[in-house]
Ligand binder design. Structure first.
Ligand SMILES: Nc1nc2c(ncn2[C@@H]2O[C@H](COP(=O)(O)OP(=O)(O)OP(=O)(O)O)[C@@H](O)[C@H]2O)c(=O)[nH]1
Length: 292
């Protein structure tokens, strides 16, 4: 993760508590407040506190430094229950990128392309959000910055599934390693959107397996954003989450809550508007920055 100040860190909220000589009632109240404010949600907060109280009793410690270490271990253990590794070994590996408008899908595709080309992979982006010409142009700009080729719709409003098909076909013909397909975030109806996604899936699956379906979520919207993305979680066969805009969020606990709530692993994290501001997700590194 980029080395910069993290607004989502619990460091400030926990500082007073860990500066004390011993663990007391106030320590537990402060910890609970800090977790709730960071958007862990009440269930995870209660479970974490209960687990830590039991640990503190078990090891008969009164030292806040021990408590801090236990907090890190507990959060890391919870985050590490799911595997954050991207499965991109197929040739080509096809990745569908889904999510509601405005969460940072286009930007994420550009950053992800850059990340992959930086690791020596060749990438093509498919513009399967075909109804907004401006969206195609914006995607083309990001694809170019990421060092990726782009498959554009041949006419306005072309069937998104046919653009996806042509993108995969071109990757197969030209020996391109990774296909990133941008999809629409908003249609008239949710069922229309889900039908469109299933059609893309059906068409592509005739050509090759789909390697990943990545759902992009905006960290600044917290739990509300998860509710908005519910249809994707239910129907789109999501294999991984991308959390964007973590740099502008004070809700570090959202990262843990969202993974537990959806049961889907976080695979990428965006922390800025620059092309280099996307990294893989490493629970150990994340928790170090979260707890301090
Ligand atoms: N600070 C910050 N801003 C981000 C991040 N990712 C995306 N953004 C910004 O969020 C806004 C929306 O990003 P887009 O990539 O256009 O989002 P989209 O989901 O494709 O939206 P539509 O094009 O409307 O479908 C842009 O202003 C981006 O610069 C991030 O990790 N951090």
């Amino acid at each position: 993760m980029a080395d910069r100040s993290t607004p989502w860190s619990l460091g400030g909220a926990l500082r007073g508590m860990f500066a004390k000589a011993t663990i007391d009632d106030e320590t537990w109240e402060d910890l609970e407040d800090a977790l709730i404010r960071a958007d862990f949600g009440s269930t995870i907060t209660d479970e974490v506190i209960e687990h830590l109280r039991a640990q503190v009793r078990r090891f008969s410690t009164t030292d806040p430094v021990d408590l801090k270490r236990m907090l890190r271990e507990t959060l890391e253990e919870r985050l590490a229950r799911l595997n954050p590794t991207l499965t991109l070994s197929a040739r080509p590996a096809v990745v569908l990128v889904v999510g509601v408008n405005g969460v940072g899908k286009t930007t994420t595709i550009g950053k992800f392309a850059k990340f992959l080309t930086g690791h020596g992979r060749t990438v093509i982006v498919g513009a399967a959000d075909t109804f907004r010409a401006a969206a195609v142009e914006q995607l083309a700009t990001w694809a170019e910055r990421g060092g990726a080729a782009i498959q554009r719709p041949q006419q306005h409003g072309q069937d998104p599934a046919s653009v996806a098909f042509q993108t995969v076909e071109r990757a197969q013909r030209e020996g391109i390693d990774i296909v990133l397909i941008d999809t629409a975030g908003r249609l008239q109806t949710k069922s229309g959107l889900m039908d469109e996604l299933s059609k893309i899936r059906r068409v592509v699956e005739k050509q090759t397996d789909i390697a990943e379906v990545l759902l992009v979520l905006d960290a600044t919207t917290g739990q509300n954003g998860v509710a908005q993305a519910e249809a994707f979680i239910q129907h789109a066969g999501v294999t991984g989450l991308v959390i964007t805009k973590l740099d502008g969020s004070a809700k570090g606990g959202f990262v843990i809550a969202v993974q537990e709530k959806t049961g889907i692993p976080i695979k990428l994290v965006g922390q800025g508007e620059g092309i280099g501001d996307l990294t893989g997700f490493t629970p150990h590194v994340f928790v170090q920055k979260l707890v301090g």
